[in-house]
Ligand binder design. Structure first.
Ligand code: BGC
Length: 837
């Protein structure tokens, strides 16, 4: 362990400054002279991607955040955190960049999938349990993004305005709970501003609230390229600028500011202390030097991914008990929809990763049918397309070594040069290539100008017209058998590819291909300094290329309808994908894009037994909800997504998920609708504390599916509510009985509503919850203990403190926000104010 105070004495000013920013994308700066090692960080939050964004070692990927929160299972989330911690160690990672506990303020938020909920308490508990699990393994968690990073629109500059009450009761609350209950060792600041000031350089947030009010002693780091100043950020206590090499904390200029009394030496020392503390926490893990990243194929890990996925799925509708299907019954089932043979493992952006293995919904269902003795006859068709851009064709190509994939050859010289100098050559499994953190021993870390050829052969299964295309940050040209097909080099138009719409639009071309013939595909790429547009980004860039057989939506639709006419049942796997829901941009509306809704409507006209499985991280509109018999909400499901859907469809898992967010009828009904996205660089959280169900309940607005809602294949009875108020806590006890004939899990949701209140308050607010697993006829008594402070307090904007007013409080117990089954009261005998955790 490092002797921090001794090191503060020994380090030169220059060394101290160098410690205050990353060495590269994923490491801190080491000082070998004083045996200070480097700390390794990795995204987060639904798995551990490892140290390479580009061409990383494949990982185990969990269900996305909103799905994990929909399990409402604290123990399970802790186990998920433990597995994340183990994965981190296997990759030599000291710190996981997660969990994300920003608020799902709007269904449109590009990163809503990555966060947990529209409810701050569910969000805070979910984050706390994941952190507890990660840190049980001694790995460090990094709670992010502190605070109000609740939209992607203009995310680095948007100035957020909200009342202190909304800030405290809603947006800071999950951070407060997570810090109180699980003490994450690190915290990442948000990109955005609040009240005119970037949070990453705000004394109000980083000192007054975080350090002084909450007593937080961990290390703070900026989001990637989310440091915006030298002095202000250091003074505020932004300990670490990420990533490296630094953009602001250059040794020469920072030292100059210290010598000229612009930045106090104590400020440097205090920030360095926190970095050394971070290193010490990392050392405690005992990760050896030079760990080679490897895949974790432990069956126990796979079982846990599956359990989390199973418990996250929410049964929204099940008329005539169409589900579960009987896998041994003779019947015919059509499997269709854009997501049936796709693997929507994660939303897009830094939460996504190369996933170690993927089970498509189709594969999951087919496996079960086999288990049942192959009694079910199936037929598949896609029915509608979802692609925003052409699909990833990594698995349709054969690389230069004769295996599935793409061969990448990196060059120092442009394609026109003869005898191009090769930097490196290796194979890849994808055609969506973002080089953000590509490093090669033959490239200098600051070298941004280089080239690559991506090659593979393709043998079509059908003769016809194919659409080829590519978008890039840089320049790219697609060749088939050495003939130029798509030119995204000599002419370029800006588009929305790559994180912040940094790249070009997708350029397309049509080509006739013949079944069985082998075609050599080559994409010649130049990094971003070669680009004609988006030259301002100092990034190596990347290219997304793909192709697909050309068909019209009408052709796909009529194929699907014909199949639906002659099968007993139809399973439609629909929804969104990481192309539509991602870090970097918000959604324009909540509609499922393309022809999917039309497909569902038309299929419903010819088949009465339609089961919809929707995959999305945030609510979508379901204009067909009343016409189908069964609906499942299945999120982005990580590696095991197909297995988990099949488990629920065939009743091997009885669904117990409850929605972590409300599905409104229309996006216009959402409380943030008038104030979402930025207007001239500003956003006003006009709905105040009335986020999600707090708004729908107060305004008595009908919703499609309420917060906390989810059905089961069995029935539960709640009885015997007992509320016992003690000095600081209230014990709420309730008996839950499984009165049906299948084992199942049920969530006990505890809401509070003050009988009288000095200020306007939501109709009720979730304060705690628990989940029980019960066999048929089994009954359990569940006690939930919660502090009086948390049950009763609101933010008093006049005193600038939390206020708990003496009086009566209703305790409402239900299994959904719209299904309160039992009610009682407790009374507090004194009013008090408080600050802190
Ligand atoms: C995201 C962070 C992430 C970081 C590193 C940023 O774009 O906002 O959540 O941890 O990248 O990938």
């Amino acid at each position: 362990m490092l002797d921090i105070e001794n090191l503060i004495e020994q380090l030169t000013l220059e060394e101290k400054i160098s410690l205050l920013a990353g060495k590269d994308f994923w490491h801190t700066v080491p000082i070998p002279r004083l045996n200070i090692p480097s700390v390794r960080v990795s995204d987060g939050p639904n798995g551990v991607r490892g140290i390479k964004f580009f061409n990383g070692v494949p990982s185990n990927c969990f269900t996305c955040g909103t799905g994990m929160a929909s399990t409402w299972n604290k123990d399970l989330l802790k186990q998920a955190g433990q597995l994340m911690g183990q994965e981190a160690k296997a990759r030599g990672v000291h710190c996981i960049l997660g969990p994300t506990c920003n608020m799902a303020r709007s269904p449109l938020g590009g990163r809503t999938f990555e966060s947990y909920s529209e409810d701050p308490v569910l969000s805070g508990f979910a984050a706390a349990k994941i952190i507890e699990g990660i840190q049980d393994e001694k790995v460090l968690a990094c709670l992010k993004h502190f605070v109000c990073n609740d939209q992607e629109d203009f995310r680095k500059g948007v100035d957020t305005f909200l009342t202190e009450r909304a800030l405290r009761e809603v947006y800071l609350k999950p951070f407060q709970i997570a810090i109180r209950d699980s003490n994450p060792k690190t915290l990442m600041t948000a990109y955005n501003k609040i009240d005119g000031e970037h949070v990453s350089q705000s004394k109000r947030f980083l000192q007054d609230i975080l350090r002084e009010e909450w007593g937080y002693e961990g290390t703070t780091m900026s989001d990637w390229f989310g440091t915006y100043s030298i002095k202000a950020a250091l003074d505020a206590g932004l300990n670490l600028e990420m990533p490296g090499p630094t953009r602001f904390r250059e040794v020469l200029q920072t030292a100059h500011k210290v010598y000229s009394n612009e930045i106090h030496m104590d400020v440097i020392d205090e920030n360095v202390r926190k970095i050394l503390k971070f290193v010490n926490e990392g050392l405690k893990i005992g990760i050896g030097e030079n760990i080679v990243e490897k895949e974790n194929d432990d069956p126990a890990a796979e079982a846990l991914l599956r359990q989390v996925g199973d418990e996250s799925i929410v049964l929204l509708k099940n008329e005539n008990n169409l589900l579960p299907l009987n896998k041994s019954e003779k019947q015919s089932i059509a499997i269709m929809g854009p997501n049936a043979k796709a693997t929507q493992d994660s939303g897009g952006g830094s939460a996504s990763m190369a996933v170690r293995y993927k089970i498509t919904p189709y594969d999951g269902i087919m496996k079960k049918i086999k288990e049942g003795g192959d009694n079910i006859v199936t037929e598949y068709t896609i029915g509608a397309l979802l692609d925003k851009n052409l699909p990833d064709v990594g698995t349709s190509l054969t690389n230069k070594d004769g295996e599935t994939g793409v061969t990448a050859t990196f060059y120092k010289d442009a394609p026109e040069v003869t005898d191009r100098r090769v930097i490196e050559r290796f194979n890849l499994s994808t055609s969506k290539l973002f080089l953000a953190d590509f490093k090669s021993p033959n490239l200098d870390i600051n070298e941004l100008l280089y080239y690559a050829d991506f090659e593979g052969s393709f043998v079509p299964e059908e003769t016809g017209t194919y659409i080829f295309g590519c978008s890039c940050l840089g320049t790219a040209q697609v060749f088939i058998d050495n003939k130029l097909i798509v030119d995204n080099k000599t002419k370029q138009v800006r588009g929305d590819a790559f994180f912040l719409g940094m790249g070009t639009r997708e350029e397309l071309a049509e080509v006739q291909l013949t079944k069985g013939q082998k075609y050599e595909i080559r994409v010649e790429f130049g990094t971003s300094p070669t680009a004609l547009v988006a030259k301002e980004f100092k990034e190596p860039g990347g290219v997304f290329f793909g192709f697909r057989y050309k068909s019209t939506p009408e052709e796909e639709l009529s194929k699907a309808v014909e199949i639906a006419k002659k099968t007993d049942k139809v399973i439609l796997v629909v929804g969104l994908s990481k192309e539509w829901e991602s870090e970097g941009f918000d959604r324009p509306n909540i509609d499922i894009p393309g022809y999917t809704n039309k497909l569902i409507e038309e299929v419903c006209k010819v088949n009465k037994n339609v089961i919809i499985i929707n995959q999305s991280g945030a609510p979508v509109a379901m204009p067909w909800a009343s016409k189908v018999q069964s609906i499942l909400q299945a999120w982005y499901g990580g590696n095991e997504l197909g297995n988990t859907m099949a488990d629920v469809i065939f009743g091997d898992h009885n669904p117990s998920g409850k929605l972590s967010l409300t599905f409104p009828n229309r996006v216009e009904d959402n409380p943030s609708f008038l104030n979402f996205g930025s207007t001239n660089g500003k956003v006003w959280y006009g709905e105040d504390v009335y986020i999600g169900y707090r708004f729908y309940e107060k305004t008595k607005k009908d919703v499609l599916w309420p917060f906390g809602f989810g059905l089961s294949y069995t029935q539960f009875e709640f009885s015997n509510l007992k509320v016992v108020a003690k000095e600081d806590v209230v014990d709420v006890t309730v008996d839950v009985k499984n009165t049906g004939d299948k084992e199942g899990g049920e969530v006990i949701q505890l809401y509070i509503s003050p009988v009288d209140s000095a200020i306007p308050r939501p109709v009720k607010e979730l304060k705690n919850f628990d989940k029980v697993l019960l066999k048929p006829n089994e009954s359990k008594s569940v006690t939930i203990t919660t502090s009086i402070k948390e049950l009763t307090s609101y933010w008093d904007g006049y005193k600038n403190k939390w206020a708990s007013d003496k009086g009566e409080y209703k305790v409402l117990i239900g299994n959904s926000s719209d299904n309160i089954l039992l009610e009682d009261k407790f009374e507090t005998t004194k009013s008090f104010n408080w600050l802190g955790l």
